[in-house]
Unconditional design. Structure first.
Length: 156
């Protein structure tokens, strides 16, 4: 479960579509399970009026997703890796501010906690260009290395 902590309000986000169990039209006891979309390395979830998931997004997919969430400050995106990269499990963004072309971005990194590994979220307002570059870098295995300079926004 992902949490956004922005200056304006918090959001509770479920990054995966849960498998649905549907009863077949005949009254048989057999049920069909529909699974969430498969992805090889990364999954980009874009929550706008036309919500969608993009497995292994290209740089163009990422640019289009950022453009899409800049229409409404309530829209958001999540880019998650199938495996951690330098401890980073996902990146997310929301809260586009038209006045200075910035957006609130969070990165979750697994770190050692008192009771084992925990996910710690770090966030900051970044330019739209910085967001796009950071997300594209993430798909290339490059993560921000200065999260200590970011605001700590929660532990999950």
């Amino acid at each position: 479960m992902c949490w956004f902590f922005s200056k304006k309000k918090a959001k509770n986000v479920e990054p995966y579509i849960e498998p649905r169990v549907e009863q077949k039209e005949s009254n048989l006891a057999t049920q069909e399970v529909k699974e969430a979309p498969k992805f090889e390395r990364f999954l980009l979830t874009v929550e706008t009026a036309n919500a969608r998931q993009i497995p292994d997004p290209s740089a163009e997919d990422i640019q289009n997703a950022v453009r899409a969430i800049c229409v409404n400050e309530e829209d958001f995106l999540i880019l998650e890796g199938k495996q951690e990269i330098n401890g980073v499990t996902f990146m997310q963004a929301t809260g586009y501010d038209r006045s200075d072309n910035t957006i609130y971005m969070e990165v979750q990194r697994k770190e050692a906690g008192a009771n084992g590994a925990v996910g710690r979220n770090y966030g900051m307002m970044v330019s739209v260009a910085t967001l796009v570059k950071t997300l594209i870098d993430y798909t290339a295995g490059i993560t921000p290395n200065n999260l200590e300079d970011w605001d700590f926004s929660g532990e999950f």
